[in-house]
Ligand binder design. Structure first.
Ligand SMILES: [Zn+2]
Length: 260
């Protein structure tokens, strides 16, 4: 059983949140645009060999989460030291990562010192290929110059607005790791149900696990892993999500009646 792994800062309350990544001065000035696909490459992509420093959202948070949300680049996976420790202890694995410093000032409501955080190096965690078409991407391409993924954003948006697409892997390409990333699009992170069990067992906070059958599930509030029987509760959670999705789809996309 596979899941999209992310932070859940939009549906949880009280957790610190990263407003800004500040490292190496103005890294934006070193971003570059590929002349073939016209996509921007953020210099932060190449900051894995360096420690990065971040600044928190001033008005959010009275506790430190185990996976911290990030307004600069929401798909960076930044986890606490405790996550890495329990992942190792439970046989989930050890993963390439770099320390990340949270600099003061902290929100007034946050009175404890931050744990050590680490940013997972997704470039070294590639362990699967996505089936783009089955996952609902239209005209998916990999740029021959820079290797970056692109698709027809408008057509993809329209299609995914009509129907829930699952996340579909090419099974023979899976590395067998419990936490892994696709070759493209970069920066998605996947995991197995063992990782969800682990989050339940150790009470790890602020994780968003979205089951593959509903893709990245925009609007899905994440598996309720606070209880041991999260598996039994999941079908009902998915059913409610689907019901809500198609309720909006139906009201917005009324069938066009042609005059004959
Ligand atoms: Zn390119």
């Amino acid at each position: 059983m596979f899941f999209n792994l992310s932070h859940n800062s939009f549906y949880t309350r009280g957790f610190a949140y990263i407003a800004k990544i500040k490292t190496g001065g103005d890294y934006r000035s070193r971003s570059w645009c590929c002349h073939v696909c016209n996509q921007w490459h953020d210099d932060l992509e190449n900051y894995f060999d360096k420690e990065i420093a971040v600044q928190l959202e001033k008005s959010k948070g009275n506790k430190w989460p185990d996976i911290i949300g990030n307004g600069h680049e929401s798909s960076f996976r930044i986890v606490s030291q405790r996550v890495l420790e329990v992942w190792e202890m439970e046989g989930i694995g050890t993963f390439p990562c770099f320390p990340m410093h949270v600099s003061p000032p902290f929100p007034k409501t946050l009175t404890t010192e931050p744990p050590m955080y680490f940013r997972l190096d997704y470039k070294k965690m590639v362990g699967v290929e996505l089936d783009f078409e089955a996952s609902g991407y239209v005209d998916a391409k990999i740029c021959e110059n820079c290797g970056k993924f692109s698709c027809n954003i408008e057509k993809t948006g329209n299609l995914q607005h009509l129907k829930i697409f699952p996340t579909v892997l090419k099974p023979e390409t899976w590395s067998g790791q419990h936490v892994f990333c696709p070759k493209q699009p970069e920066r998605m992170t996947f995991c197995t149900d063992k990782v969800v069990d682990c989050a339940n067992k150790y009470g790890l906070t602020n994780f968003d696990f979205t089951p593959f059958e509903i893709g990245d599930g925009i609007g899905f509030k994440g598996v309720d892993y606070s209880t041991k029987n999260w598996r039994q509760k999941l079908p009902e959670q998915i059913r409610k999500f689907e019901e809500e999705f198609y309720r909006f789809t139906r009201t917005e996309q009324l069938p066009v009646v042609e005059n004959t």
